[in-house]
Design a protein around this ligand. Structure first.
Ligand SMILES: [Zn+2]
Length: 203
């Protein structure tokens, strides 16, 4: 897979070029970059952690915090397409084609379960579509409890990212006072990052 991908507005084919091989007529291809930070965040916080948050709220899962694995390229691909603004019908069509292509290329079986479900079950795909759309609109239709959980996970990710920039050899020789300062700065940077990605009205 390549970075810049697109989906044909005419037939729904997922493409890695600017022209659709299926459509003879010139058509508009919607492009997106699956390695864009916003695509990653939409899938990770808008979908993966949202699902965890819903399960927790329904008390089907304990209160433990998890560090989730990174989303597959296929999920990033679909997430990128949704952020680019395609309709549900076009997405459904596109994912059907993607599903068939992955099967033909013998790559379907090596995908993780989460990705396989989104590719093969319309209900799961719709949930993915809905959650990414809701993320895009600033986490709408989410309860305070669910949002709070996702926000905590964002803080944890962004703080360890900031602290990680120091490198372990530096971090472990810090004095207690310096360590507190490092955490404070990481916290503030995380807050800025969260405010940037979540355009949500604070209630
Ligand atoms: Zn086409």
């Amino acid at each position: 897979m390549v970075n810049n991908l697109g989906i044909c507005n005419n037939c729904g084919a997922f493409l890695d070029s600017q022209a659709c091989p299926n459509c003879e007529t010139a058509n508009s291809v919607r492009t997106f970059n699956i390695y864009d930070e916003n695509v990653k965040w939409a899938v990770r916080y808008g979908y993966q952690y949202r699902k965890k948050a819903v399960l927790r709220a329904e008390q089907k899962e304990g209160s433990l915090h998890f560090c989730l694995h990174d989303a597959s390229e296929v999920l990033l691909w679909i997430g990128g397409a949704i952020l680019s603004g395609i309709t549900w019908d076009l997405l459904k069509l596109g994912v059907k084609k993607l599903f068939a292509a992955l099967h033909d290329e013998g790559r379907y079986d090596s995908l993780d379960k989460e990705t396989q479900e989104v590719l093969s079950e319309e209900k799961k795909l719709y949930e993915f579509y809905e959650y990414v759309e809701e993320y895009k609109q600033g986490f709408i239709n989410i309860s305070e409890e669910e949002y709070k959980y996702i926000e905590e996970e964002m803080f944890a990710d962004f703080q360890s990212e900031e602290i990680g920039k120091l490198g372990p050899e530096k971090y472990f020789i810090l004095s207690r006072k310096e360590m507190i300062e490092v955490h404070k700065v990481a916290y503030e940077k995380s807050q800025i990052k969260i405010n940037r990605i979540v355009r949500r009205e604070r209630r």
